[in-house]
Design a protein around this ligand. Structure first.
Ligand code: BES
Ligand code: ZN
Ligand code: ZN
Length: 492
């Protein structure tokens, strides 16, 4: 969780006594120019000259750090190249890049340009999200880790203390989810995920209910049991409820929580299998989101469900050809035990629907096809209701999280027919793997409940190098969208 403090300051650039001052620069008529107008003309000229002297050009993405030599109160200045008309997400990402670059420094102030309130919020958000490192499992290499800045001041007179506290709340939730996603699989079996989640929500007005393996068996959650039974560490279903008085709408959030996905009997190849510790990112996101939603006191009833199991090929594992009975009665022939996410989600979608929520959103690192088709930074968004799917998509756009809709045409349904059961858990393998998984899920949602499904397999985990506000590893993708959805539902 973030230990970095955030505040907004209405002050001249030169006033902040911090270690580093981050400023935005650009190319104007072939020359480098400082974007903010808070410097005196003399200061502006001296800083620009000093930046030019070390080769700065102001082109987008360029980072240049110079000693301030008394020009401002900070010890050094970090100049970030930006287009003058950079959009909000670029501002967010640029602030993030700057803060990552400044790991190891303590106090940072930042003004990328003359920032209105939207710019100020984006700068604060990007900076604070980037102020993250995961070092819980280091010992001898711990001392050499450069830690994120301890204090970030965003220089804008168009921001309020409430904004700072709201941003800190959401970013705290994102960092919590990142920690879960980065935790080694051996340290985060389903029962431990439940412990961590309970600890995280302890001070929020949220109640928790847990189904252990006995209760899951007796209440016939065949999907979760079927996936979890190859592991010695049993599955769980976690339900978190936030019910503010006077809330008119009920939003159900459902997360895939495979704490480790080996593929089961349909074992995955060894290459990068270790990354499948992040297969619980959907569950992490819904727990983090309900925590933030409750802390922000949004006026909407929210139920978050985490479907938790470890997919292992151990003694009693479900075998290809086995038939599972999903909660509510539908049967599924398991043709590939690696298509396990849809099985635990099926149980949970049926269970969550019993309460007749107004909307359901599920998040899942569901398919490799999502990554192949859309890459590592864009999530697929699907559903049973175009209007609600667009509503979620627009919410995502407002936060800067990249998503794109994909169609679920009726003719795909025949691909998951089974000769022995109501459904098969995979299609013919002739493409559309992401959509087929969603078509499978759709079978478990009553048509009258608007439902959106986010396949976050790509963006949930950054396997490449750090960029913008994302470090390597778990990203916490989806949380900001869920909070935005809850905000919009709360005023709808
Ligand atoms: N967790 C994986 C999907 C995944 C793959 C997420 C790569 C992120 C990166 C999921 O459980 C899975 O294995 N899906 C299979 C389904 C297939 C057997 C129909 C897949 O996508 O290969
Ligand atoms: Zn799998
Ligand atoms: Zn999986």
């Amino acid at each position: 969780m973030t230990k970095t403090t955030l505040r907004f300051m209405d002050s001249k650039l030169s006033a902040g006594a911090t270690d580093v001052l981050v400023i935005g620069v650009t190319q104007q008529n072939g020359k480098l120019a400082i974007l903010a107008s808070s410097f005196t003309p003399a200061q502006d000229k001296k800083i620009s000259d000093a930046l030019l002297a070390v080769g700065a050009t102001g082109k987008p993405g360029e980072l240049t750090r110079i000693p301030s030599n008394g020009l401002v109160k900070s010890e050094s200045i970090l100049a970030v190249g930006l287009k003058e008309d950079a959009n909000t997400e670029t501002i967010r990402q640029s602030a993030g890049t700057a803060i990552r670059t400044l790991a190891g420094t303590k106090k940072v102030s930042i003004q990328l340009r003359d920032m209105n309130s939207q710019d100020a919020a984006a700068t604060a958000e990007g900076a604070l999200i980037a102020a993250y490192g995961f070092h819980s499992f280091r010992y001898s290499s711990l001392a050499e880790q450069k830690l994120p800045p301890t204090a970030i001041s965003v220089l804008s007179k168009h921001a309020t203390r409430t904004m700072a506290s709201e941003i800190s709340t959401v970013v705290g939730a994102i960092h919590f989810a990142r920690d879960l996603g980065n935790t080694p699989p051996g340290h985060l079996p389903p029962a431990e995920f439940v412990n961590q989640a309970k600890k995280a929500i302890a001070s929020a007005p949220i109640t928790a209910t847990v189904w252990d393996e006995k209760k899951l068996v007796s209440e016939k959650f065949g999907g979760i049991i079927g996936v979890g039974q190859g592991s010695s560490r049993p599955p769980r279903l976690l339900k978190l409820e936030y019910k503010p008085r006077g809330a008119k709408k009920h939003l159900a959030l459902i997360g895939k929580g495979i704490t480790f996905d080996t593929g089961g009997i349909s074992l995955k190849p060894g290459l990068n299998m270790h990354d499948m510790k992040f297969d619980m990112s959907g569950a992490g996101a819904v727990v983090a989101a309900i925590k933030a939603i409750a802390e922000l006191k949004l006026n909407v009833r929210v139920t978050a469900w985490a479907a938790l199991a470890e997919n292992m090929p151990g003694g009693n594992a479900t075998r290809p050809g086995d038939v599972l009975r999903i909660y509510g009665g539908k049967t599924v022939e398991v043709l590939n035990t690696d298509a396990e996410g849809r099985l635990v989600l099926a149980d949970t979608l049926v269970k969550a629907s019993e309460e007749k929520p107004d909307y359901i959103v599920d998040l899942a690192t569901l398919t490799g096809a999502q990554v192949m088709g859309m890459g590592l930074r864009t999530a697929g968004i699907m559903g049973n209701n175009d209007e609600f799917r667009s509503f979620v998509h627009h919410s995502a756009e407002a936060t800067g999280e990249d998503m794109w809709p994909m169609p679920l045409p009726e003719f795909l349904r025949a691909e998951i027919n089974s000769p022995v059961a109501d459904l098969a858990n995979i299609g013919s393998g002739k493409g559309a793997g992401m959509q087929l998984a969603a078509v499978f899920l759709r079978e478990f949602v009553p048509a009258e409940i608007p439902w959106a499904h986010l396949d976050i397999a790509g963006p949930a985990y950054n396997q490449g190098s750090a960029y913008g506000y994302n470090v390597v590893g778990s990203t916490g993708f989806g949380i900001r969208t869920l909070v935005e959805v809850a905000k919009r539902v709360s005023v709808s």
